[in-house]
Every structure is written in C-alpha cells, then in structure tokens.
Design a protein around this ligand. Sequence first.
Ligand code: ZDP
Length: 288
Amino acid sequence: MPKGLKFTKWHGCGNDFVFFIDMKDELAVKYDVAKLAVKLCDRHFGVGADGIILILPPRDTTANDFRMQIINSDGSEAEMCGNGIRMFAKQAYESGLVDKAELRIETGAGVIVPKLNFVNGVVDSVTVDMGEPILNGPEIPVSGYGEGEIVRQPIVVDGREFKMTCVSMGNPHAVVFMDKEEDCDLIETIGRSFEIHSAFPAKTNTHFCYVRDNSHIRMRVWERGAAMTLACGTGSCAVMTAAVLEGRTGRSAEIELDGGILQLEWREDNHLYMTGPAVKVFEGVLNI
Ligand code: ZDP
C-alpha cells in the first residue's frame, strides 16, 4: 500500500473524495487502485470518502488539460463525477497546475468543461458544462424498454411499482418523482434494489425527488457503487432533465440535496450547466 503518498480530501455538498495529483500517471501502475479506493474510502479504517479521484495528464495534450479517473468506494470505476469535477478544477488551479479559469478535462463521458467563478480574486463556485444528456434507452443503458426515451415508465422494485425517467450523463441514472416530500426517504431502503435491478445492465444511480415549485426540487440520492451519498452532480443533471421531460419545472432549478444546493440549467443548446461549491477539507500523507 502507498505509505508516504500525499493526498487531499475535498467535498462538494457533502459528496466527498480523496484526491491524488498523479501527473506522471504512475499510481495505477504501482498499485491496484480499486483496492486502494475500498481501503481509503472506509470511514473507520481509512480516510473516509465516497470515492477516490486521480488528477492525470490528458491523452490529447494539444486539445485538453487533464484526464480524470474516479473510483467508487466499492472499487468500481465510474465514467464521470459531477461533484468531483468541480473539486478537480479548483484544485488544479489552486495548486498551480494550470493558470486559467476554464479547463478541458477528459472523462469517461467525453471532455467536460468546468469554469471557475471568482469572488474577490479567489475561487468561489464552479460552473460545469456537463454536456448533453443521453436519452436513448439502450445507450443509457436500460434493457426491456426498447429504443427511444424512457419517460415516466413503470418499473417494479421490491414488489412496488414506480414511474421512472432514465438519463445518462455518461453514467446511468433513474429518476423517480414522489407525490409527497417525505416519500423521498424511501430511497434509503429501496435504493440498493434499484441499483442491481435487471433493467439496468450497468447498474444505476437512483434519485427520489419532489418538486416544490417550478424552479425548486428536493432530491435524495442512492449512488451506484457508493450507496447513500449527500449529493450527486451527474445525478442533479439527470433530475433537471427528467423534470423538464415530465413537464414538472422550467429549464432551470435550484436542487436541494442532503448536503447542499446545486444550481442547474438545461440550456437551449441541449447542454446541462451545473453550478456548485467545492471545498478542500485537509491534506495529508498516507500511513497505511
Ligand atoms: O455512476 C457512478 O457509479 C457514481 N457513483 C459516480 C459518482 C457520481 C457523483 N455522485 C457525481 O457527483 O456525479 C460523484
């Protein structure tokens, strides 16, 4: 194990990650990063986090600035992380790896473009162009629902029927709107059964939501590979998309998660824009 390795610990709305600046791309050569994620994410025997993120050099050095790799707390790898990419951009800037406010970062969901927002010369929030949502069932992937959009379609989980809308932001999401706000708490007990349901060949992240008004949504998250988390950036994009597709809100909304608030907008160019905080908690040196 990487005794002596430097890391930083960040969170965005309480969705927390251990970061490694790995510009020589050597961590995955030296270590089994899946095992490393499981060990470090443990909240009793490790650092404690929802996942680990590596800051890597880009494959296309002329067009892009970095590459991001994210591994969930169970050791599985995700294509993208919307909260993590805000922390990634702020850290890259503050640690002097780059000197510009808009970055191009290669991810498993393509090139994602975060932009730093400054207040009095220091980085405040980060706005991310999260790209276009993928709505075609087989591409999300969702099986058994045919080609095309899956909007308010029935699914039976643990013997109960729900109406879901499915969206990929590079990673898969199922969104369920509840009639009562307190019903969102059901995600705590049923989230795992959604995650591993046979309709989702790559498993799924799941969000139980409640629309408060045309521009305010409450959302609770069960993440694929990480169980309940306090926030999900890609998930908030999926929820914004689903709310518009179901005719429940306008194209921009404030989304309240367990750990904070994200601002979302699905612009006419079909891209999702997400704005939210990124907070460095501490840095350290591994001793395990
Ligand atoms: O798709 C997955 O396996 C997620 N667990 C990846 C992490 C997503 C995240 N919550 C986000 O903010 O997009 C970190």
